[in-house]
Design a protein around this ligand. Structure first.
Ligand SMILES: [Zn+2]
Length: 188
């Protein structure tokens, strides 16, 4: 008979949720030198806030980077974690396309009005940020629109629990693989 406890059974007794669902959930157990909560998963040290994110259905394979929006490194409330996905990184990094004529990402020439149009694609949807007669203003608007679109939209609290076991296993591997390198570079 195995005496192993599930990750959830080991995790939650280490968390202080006494101040409510929307407050910081403080990690009461071991912390890294950088102040992030840590817990062993499959024999490897994992960051507690990443484990929490996974336990709530967050997809760590997409969320390579988790920001603490509360700036409290020992907090493991998934509401306070903001994912930056590899897809987002790709969108951020993808350069302007030569066909858009402006040379600036998210800014295209609109023949009808004779102005620069701000157009940002996110999750295969196009979002429009207005038209501008000068390129610099259009560039600023495109940057602002990207910032608005590409943040706060990854955490899915209602993520299907049907895949939970499989997801947890996958996340465990992901956590183990990324634990060391993530300790410093991927938080805050
Ligand atoms: Zn917090």
């Amino acid at each position: 008979m195995s005496c192993n406890k599930s990750i959830e059974q080991r995790f939650w007794p280490k968390v202080d949720r006494s101040r409510g669902e929307h407050a910081c959930w403080l990690w009461k157990a071991a912390c890294t030198d950088q102040g992030y909560g840590s817990i062993k998963v499959n024999g490897k040290t994992a960051l507690a806030h990443r484990v929490s994110y996974a336990l709530f259905g967050g997809d760590l394979t997409r969320a390579r980077v988790l920001d603490h929006t509360c700036f409290n490194r020992s907090c493991v409330n998934p509401r306070h974690l903001r994912a930056v996905t590899t897809k987002q990184n790709a969108e951020h990094l993808r350069g302007s396309r030569p066909s858009n004529r402006s040379g600036i990402r998210g800014v295209v020439w609109q023949k009808r009005t004779g102005k620069w149009q701000v157009r940002v694609t996110h999750n295969r949807r196009a979002y429009y940020g207005g038209t501008f007669s000068d390129l610099a203003s259009a560039d600023d608007a495109a940057t602002a629109l990207r910032a608005a679109l590409f943040s706060h939209d990854d955490y899915q609290p209602t993520a299907a629990r049907a895949d939970y076991e499989m997801q947890t296993e996958l996340d465990g591997k992901e956590i183990a693989r990324s634990a060391e390198s993530d300790l410093v570079s991927t938080c805050d």
